[in-house]
Design a protein around this ligand. Sequence first.
Ligand SMILES: [Zn+2]
Length: 1013
Amino acid sequence: MVRLNLFFALLCLSVSANGHQEPIQAFVIPHSHMDVGWVYTVQESMHAYASNVYTTVVEELSRVKGRRFIAVEQEFFRLWWDTAASQWHKKQVRQLLQEGRLEFIIGGQVMHDESVTDIDDAILQLTEGHGFLYETFGVRPHFSWHVDPFGASATTPVLFALAGFDAHLISRIDYDLKDVMQKKKKLQFVWRGSPSLADTQEIFTHTMDQYSYCTPSYIPFSNRSGFYWNGVAMFPDPPKDGVYPNMSLPVTKETVEPYAQTMVDNIKQRAQWFQTNHVLWPWGCDKQFYNASVQFTNMDMLMNYINKHSTEFGVTVQYATLKEYFQAVHQSNLSWEVRGSQDFLPYSTEPFQAWTGFYASRNVLKGVARRASSLLHSAESLFVRYRIKYPEGPVQKEWALDKLKALRWAVSEVQHHDAITGTESPKVADMYMEHLNQSMMGVQELLAAMFLLPQDPDTASAKYRSNTKDEQPSKDLEQHIIVYNPLAWNVTTYINVSVKYSMALVYDDNGKVVPAQIQPSAESPADYDLFIMVELGGLQYRKYLIQFPQSECKKGSSCGITHAARVVKFERRDVSEWKKRGRKLLPVLNDCYKLLFDQETNLLHSITNRLEGQKVIIHQDFWEYDANGDVHAGPISDNYIFTANGSAVPAYKSVEMEIIPGKIISEVRQYFYREASDKNYTYAMVTRVPVGFKDKLLCQRLDQSYALGPLVVNREAVLRTTTSLSNKKTLYTDNNGYQMLKREHKQYINNTVSRNYYPMVRQAFIEDEDSCRLSLLSERAHGVASLAEGEIEVMLHRRLWNNQEWNRGYNLTLNDSSVVRPSIWMMLGSSAAVAALSQQGALYLQHRPVVLPIDKPQKPWSEHERWNGPSVQPVVLPPNLHMQYLGIPGWDYGPNHTQHLQNINSGVKTNPEADFDRVLLRIAHLYEKGEDPVLSKPATINLKEILQGLGEVKAVQERSLTGTWDISDLQRWSWRTTEKTGNKKTSSSSRRVTMDFNVTISPKEIRTFFIHF
Ligand SMILES: [Zn+2]
């Protein structure tokens, strides 16, 4: 998206151009920034311009040899390829790729956001795009072009290095910092994004200068436009006469000289900011090149003119792909400074424009995006299980793959930098939701089919055994559920099933009664929450039977095993009447914690970690920032930007509390009322304290879920947790769930609150000097800050409106009236203990067991269940390894690159058929070097043994991150650095699978394999 930055536009006019003596070589890189969504839906964009981009660019490149183009987002390209491209266009695309004149950059389905995306989803969308490109053309992208994400994460360079890229490119970084880097010629460096992987996965990184990715647009003689001869795209329909608004004046005898002078001046100015004589001159902007003919015809003339006068100008110009530019820089053989694992967040464009609002914009979409990803993760591994167990099973494999592909597409799409960020118009937000919901329903159908269709007639008829004589036919209702654990770790946890009956009994698949608890639901008065304790192996599913007794429980019967928990209500407390706090404290206990709630306030008072003996005073409630919506009254908040207009104030006048002591969980419900006597609450917080579990993580996590909204317009709501920890306002937040970064509080002349906000994707924590840590784990992204000693606040919801013309024109004011229901797990204890649990904990939260009801409560069959125990074997990894992906991608390409290219070129593979026998497995080491004495060690596993619960492994091949390279052929460019690293590690030596399928995974490594069973 383009957002005019006046500050820079004015600044740059004052900088004069001179410096380099040798002719400057300018690489004019034609590109079109095609947001997958943002203001217009994908369909509207295809119709108005996107389809025309590829059609006309391919035609124009075919016409004149010297022309080039880089294609970035795959979603639009694939839609064009599948629905609009003619056979001639397709042939030309292959030809242009071979000639290196058309180049695929990044290759992901979208240009993913870097702040609020989870690493697993970023990899998913990259894999999806790369799979298509490699299958269709045999090409593997080598460069990134992250020109528009709002700030840059240190995880992204690591991902691109792992994917085999030779260089990375970013643009939007803090304005002050960019200014300094520009002046010092430090816009280019070698980035070691991961402290553990360090130089093994470093990547050369180019930061775009202050003009960013658009061509300078203000030229006084040319319609006040720039080098955009095709004008501005029109919605909903392209104009019939081909005349678009704001078309730049054509290049003619009269205009060529001022055009040339303007371009040369700009090239010379930019040349001063770089160490080599090469200038990357991006030519394009948002939605450009839908009429490539007029674009190239004018630019051809202009460039010819400049090259004819290159001696006077001191500049030569050429069309280039990104590869040609980076190759020139690489060949300069300079040594580059090394950047460590610091990221470029948050991003500010000027003192009052801190782009920290989008960390929390559209909380519902952020949540659904992660739930969809989690469902996909489960369904992929279940489909692998199914295919291996029932190769000829009744679930049709092509049908199944289509369901999975639809969800892969939707989850990939929403990673776009104007999607999961919440920075899109309302109709586009609806489009993402629609795509996610539709494809999630499809995958639910697939799950149901895999579990419900009888796999073979024998087991189907033998499902029930005969009634024994002494048993009476039961009048009770029964329901069956399947529970699947999508993680490759054994898990003991509780699940929550919403039921209509006040009592229920639960049996597992061994016929054993399972501990459970039932209570009136917090959310709807007619329902009950049934909490069931489940024990599942890694990637294992089990069947549970729920019985609903239709008569009173008999004394001594098994019916009493389910604990019927009762709600204890406390009187509503007005804030205005709070007197002495801390006098009447109510304890809620489990083996790990003692929580005290204050009856004077109905709020949390303190938490004691009973294992370690630390007591921390904790106050937790909701606050609101009052945002300004009037541009004439000061800086505003919008989808992107958070401008704290003064300090936050408490968002409630009274609080109600209910406590439900239990045997599986104890629940504390708090309701916050905007006005003391309001009938309906605006905020709610439910804290579940797991009780009676031996499992360390389960005992040490406090499950909180919240309900917020609808908010009053121009409010930004935060959950504030104030503690007695002395953290000096230092906060730790994650980059995309991959690694933790330290965030020291910074004081600014203006806008200090907003500029100290950071994204939290999976985790954030504060700790004091005694190494006591309070950690928050999250299942969706939020904004987070520590603005006062001992305090951590999470922005959970925003509802805004403003009168800025740009915002209103595009409908980007974020009037989000929804009720949001995020969850956070809170852990408190010594830093070492909490650190050891957090990485796994965040994944347990993200990938909770999937509960699939396979029937409705009904009269039981006349015969009883046959208890067989779990029907599948577990697959279990060590606790420091996470099975990031296990699925059947379905791409049709052989493991050998040369052979694959031959097949494509000979036309053998024009209609690819899905390959159902190749499984893609990705395993990530969760810990940093030195983070934990045990968990940080490299882990050696035997893939054959680990995966035997699925089937017999026959072959393993290690691949690049997205599966497209055989790791042994992967040669990335190495870049000289100013740092002497001694004997430089080659990443290939440790990255090998032994003949007997052993593999060693080191801290923070992500390893990808093709497995054949
Ligand atoms: Zn964009």
